[in-house]
Design a protein around this ligand. Structure first.
Ligand code: MSP
Length: 502
């Protein structure tokens, strides 16, 4: 049986359209999903929308729309965006769906039956922007620093989840599983939070009509985070399709932003422990990026729309740039200028130019067909495996390996001057040289599959290969000695990276 790989993105609030930060998480998860597909694994990749939040209600009200209609319309827009961006998710979960509600009820009832849910009174400052309670220490000048709004004082009877009961067990799990929370720095933050600060949290609200009612008390609506996290289970059949659930749970990977790591790496595993369910294998928190040094914000007006950008710049170059420029897990900054720089140097003048250079030489010196190597010189090492980098979600390192392979061949071409071999009629040497160059290009195209599937198709086709056939092979092959068949008809690819003026 194939290995399985279940990977998720956060489910996004529908109070606004997707922005580039959301696309960053989704792209990252997409690359890992496609990479694991290339490993021949059974992959299930899920994203979706978080619809039961109070901030969605506010957004609907200010749009003068019925809440249900509003979330339906917005969720559809999110799905459209991911389709436009060629995201390869297998499913899209909405927390207003019946399957989700059923699973949440089952989950709540299980945890309630274990006495891990109790009723208490909560008084505190609540920020609707964050959908969470704040302490005085969280505020700056009395305002939530994130949303610049004054939190409301809430005092009410709530149901609480006894997360503190799991403090020791959680710490032990994190200690025993060094890769459970990544990157390391964030893992340490979470350990400190769990050990020193974590308190039971309220999981219900009164006087809120929108959301999933607490199954044991209809006066209460479940707190949006409690319901949202459960999407990772309900998307794979928890409470509705046990067979499917058995197949896919636990997840191999949750990709999240650093802003929501506490929810995923402390609350969520404790909730799963309470429900007697296995924990996800890995939770990776990536960093946040600014745009030209400034935080993306509606007020500044610098919120980047990924659909628009992809149209201007190309989906694949956009994905390449984001994952290339910010080491995954770290904060960073993006700008159109930097995009342009990398597009030109690494894509147009790097990969694009190499392919056209080698295919031209084959046309000129070998009648357009891949020559037979007289001896296997193998002077260009196949690009060192991107595998180990993608195993650790180090996208930027994998992309550097690919660029290194590109510049290595370019250097060899410049040094060994195949045009002189041609002039001097050193046919054997020339054939072997060209053959080797083609081999490396094929490897580069393979390594690009998870990042730039269309581009890699075009490269395969230009080498006379059938892209679909190549993709049927798995990445395992990349580590083997591959040999392309001599005699294939090479053709110049279409311009892979045309000049763009963003
Ligand atoms: N609905 C919750 C998540 C529930 S998951 C069970 C939520 N949604 S959100 O719409 O606010 O999306 C937050 C996510 O968007 C972040 O975790 C991160 O993945 C992404 N980003 C938002 N802004 C970002 C940047 N400026 N930079 C990088 N990623 C950013 O939170």
């Amino acid at each position: 049986m194939n290995k399985k790989y279940y990977i998720t993105t956060p489910i996004y609030y529908v109070n606004a359209l997707p922005h580039l930060g959301n696309a960053y998480s989704t792209f990252a998860a997409n690359v890992l999903a496609d990479y694991h597909r290339m490993l021949g694994e059974d992959v299930y990749f899920v994203t979706g929308t978080d619809e039961n939040a109070q901030k969605n209600v506010e957004a609907a009200e200010s749009a003068g729309e019925d809440v249900k209609k509003y979330v339906d319309r917005m969720s559809a827009r999110w799905q459209e965006t991911w389709d436009t961006l060629a995201v390869t998710n297998n499913d899209f979960i909405r927390t207003t769906e019946e399957r989700h509600k059923k699973g949440v009820e089952k989950f709540y009832n299980t945890v309630f039956a274990k006495s891990d849910i109790y009723k208490g009174t909560y008084e505190g400052l609540y920020c609707i922007g964050c959908e969470s309670y704040k302490t005085d220490g969280d505020l700056v000048d009395g305002l939530c620093p994130e949303h610049k709004r004054k939190p409301e004082i809430l005092k009410e009877d709530n149901y609480f989840f006894k997360v503190t009961k799991y403090r020791e067990k959680l710490l032990k799990h994190i200690e025993d599983n060094p890769n459970f929370i990544q990157p390391k720095e964030r893992r340490n933050e979470i350990i400190r939070y769990i050990a020193d600060y974590m308190e039971d949290f309220s999981i219900s609200r009164v006087n809120q009509k929108w959301g999933i009612p607490a199954p044991n008390d209809n006066e209460h609506t479940l707190y949006v985070w409690f319901d949202a996290l459960i999407n990772y289970l309900t998307a794979v059949g928890y409470g509705t399709d046990e067979k499917m659930f058995k197949k896919w749970w636990p997840a191999q990977m949750h990709i999240v932003g650093k802003d929501i790591l506490k929810h995923h790496a402390a609350w969520w595993p404790a909730m799963l422990m309470a429900a007697d369910l296995p924990l996800p294998e890995r939770i990776f928190a990536h960093g946040f990026f600014t745009v030209n040094g400034e935080k993306m914000s509606k007020t500044i007006g610098n919120v980047l729309n990924p659909e628009y950008l992809a149209k201007q710049l190309g989906i694949e170059p956009l994905k390449y740039y984001l994952l290339h420029d910010i080491p995954f897990g770290k904060d960073g900054d993006v700008s159109i200028d930097k995009f342009q720089e990398i597009y030109t140097s690494e894509l147009a003048n790097g990969i694009g130019n190499l392919i056209s250079r080698v295919t031209s030489m084959i046309e000129k010196y070998s009648n357009g067909v891949i020559p037979s190597p007289n001896k296997m010189i193998n002077r260009f090492p196949a690009p060192t495996l991107i595998n180990k980098h993608l195993e650790s979600a180090s996208f930027e390192k994998a992309l550097k390996e690919i660029q290194k392979a590109v510049s290595d061949i370019n250097t060899k071409i410049n040094e060994e001057k195949p045009w002189e071999m041609a002039k001097e009629k050193k046919t054997e040497e020339l054939d072997s040289f060209l053959y080797d160059a083609v081999e490396v290009i094929r490897n580069i195209a393979w390594a690009l599959i998870p990042f730039m599937p269309e581009t890699s198709d075009k490269i395969f086709e230009s080498l006379g290969l059938i892209a679909a056939e190549e993709k049927k092979q798995t990445f395992v092959k990349i580590s083997e000695k591959t040999t392309i068949e001599p005699g294939l008809k090479v053709k110049k690819p279409p311009i892979l990276f045309p000049t763009i003026s963003p």
